[in-house]
Design a protein around this ligand. Structure first.
Ligand code: ADP
Ligand code: MG
Length: 201
């Protein structure tokens, strides 16, 4: 069995994250929890790649639509459509424009529970309601209501894989095998060694 410390996840600092000069801050949050950077590239994502990324999971469009409808309903407001797939389709179109509007940082992070931990640090999709202390909650203010009325994607600084399965597919889409580096960080001893017998002289 593969050790838990080998789990990997895909993180993209979206164009707004780069424009807000948050690259260092965001990377620091993942570094300080103990995760290891194993791949990184910088560039303007192509629209075709963004479309591929968000259609890897055929169920994603429906889910994204359902979540938007639930968010409106919770606030006692009327959603822009009652058809989740229609919302999902328009979100993909809007994401293509948003994600290809400037350079982004595409990264692979590795460590125990990396998928879950990164999602926890990133926070919920809508910055208006994502928790204080998370990256989206602390550094940006967008909402479903404002992005819908302006006809654009929610600007929330980061993409992070939602499950281990999603991570595997997304990593394969953005990185070739040889672009991901297997190496050891000195601090991994204190995170993962079973016997901690390498400290005292
Ligand atoms: P997450 O990025 O939190 O995993 P999703 O996978 O549901 O969220 O959606 C992908 C991205 O699409 C979000 O990060 C956000 O930028 C955008 N988005 C999601 N839902 C909407 C929506 N209803 N309207 C506009 N943009 C949206
Ligand atoms: Mg997602």
């Amino acid at each position: 069995m593969v050790h838990a410390s080998k789990e990997r996840t895909l993180v993209i600092i979206k164009p707004d994250g780069v424009q807000r000069s948050l690259v260092g801050e965001i990377i620091q949050r993942f570094e300080r929890v103990g995760l290891k950077l194993v791949g990184v590239k910088f560039g303007v994502p192509e629209e075709s790649r963004i479309e591929e990324h968000y259609t890897l999971d055929p169920e994603w469009k429906r889910r994204v639509g359902e979540r938007a409808i639930a968010s409106y309903t919770k606030k006692g407001e009327k959603p822009p459509s009652n058809d989740p797939i229609a919302i999902g389709d328009s979100v993909v179109e809007r994401l293509k424009k948003y994600m290809s509007s400037g350079p982004a940082v595409v990264m692979a992070w590795q460590g125990a529970h990396s998928v879950e931990l990164v999602r926890k640090l990133v926070g919920g999709t809508e910055p208006r309601s994502s928790d204080v202390g998370t990256i989206r909650g602390d550094f940006v203010l967008d909402s479903y209501a404002m992005s819908d009325s302006d006809g654009r994607a929610i600007r929330n600084l980061i993409h992070a894989s939602g499950s281990v399965e999603e991570a595997t597919q997304e990593l394969a889409l953005w990185f070739s095998e040889k672009e991901l580096v297997d190496y050891r960080l000195l601090q991994e001893g204190i995170l993962y060694d079973v016997n901690l017998d390498g400290i005292l002289e």
